[in-house]
Write a protein that binds this ligand. Structure first.
Ligand code: C5P
Length: 213
């Protein structure tokens, strides 16, 4: 029996990770945060002293990806996220990371019956066969405010205007790139989380999955 795959796509800071973790727990599914793969590639390049890699260099880093880096604290830094969105626009980097993502969809780790993948192109490119595709959005203001509060909560000094500008720039890069741009699959459920709390989003997504299983 093939694994039950849930694809969650959407822009930065829309709440994909929080939702994916909650759903994985509720259904006892595996979870893959595919953004962490692009972030790990970026982090490897930054650590190698190469903040402006060519496509060939970034593709080499992606092919040699150290999955241990996906657990590194520096993965969440804005600098890592920004370089991640630059290397993610490079077709050869995306190709280098494709097989790994498909493998997780077909054979979820831990022998789980299902898996949740979150990213930008899961429903459109990585696993269009997914029986449930969710596309999570929220206004730039709502996402910037969330990210700001997260940082403040962690005791990190943050500037709301700067965060808003970075999110808008990341949106433009993710949606405007030629290869696997951020967009909702035709058959994705659109969930706008601007005015919804995590509990409401979770309840809606849970119902959608239960109906499809
Ligand atoms: O989701 P997260 O912010 O961690 O992703 C970091 C960057 O990786 C994104 O800005 C996006 O450019 C890229 N990404 C992608 N495709 C995915 C997941 C992430 O292009 N499936």
């Amino acid at each position: 029996m093939s694994a039950f795959v849930v694809a969650i796509d959407g822009p930065a800071a829309a709440g994909k990770g929080t939702l994916a973790r909650r759903l994985a727990e509720a259904f006892d599914f595996a979870y893959l945060d595919t953004g962490s793969l692009y972030r790990a590639v970026a982090l490897a390049l930054l650590r190698a002293g190469n903040p402006q890699p060519t496509e060939a260099q970034a593709a080499t880093a992606a092919a040699a990806l150290d999955l241990g880096l996906t657990g590194d604290a520096a993965l969440r830094d804005e600098a890592t996220g920004n370089l991640a969105s630059v290397v993610a626009a490079m077709p050869r980097v995306r190709t280098a990371l494709l097989g790994l993502q498909r493998d997780v969809a077909v054979n979820p780790p831990g022998g789980k019956a299902g898996v949740i993948l979150d990213g930008r192109d899961i429903g459109t490119v990585i696993y269009p066969e997914a029986p449930v595709k969710l596309f999570l959005t929220a206004s730039v203001d709502a996402r910037a405010a969330r990210r700001y509060l997260e940082l403040v909560d962690k005791g990190v000094r943050a500037d709301l205007d700067q965060i808003r500008a970075e999110i808008a720039a990341r949106d433009a890069r993710d949606a405007g790139r030629a290869t696997a741009p951020l967009k909702a699959a035709d058959d994705a459920y659109l969930l706008d989380t601007s005015n919804l709390g995590i509990e409401d989003v979770f309840a809606k997504a849970k119902t959608i999955i239960e109906k499809a299983r």
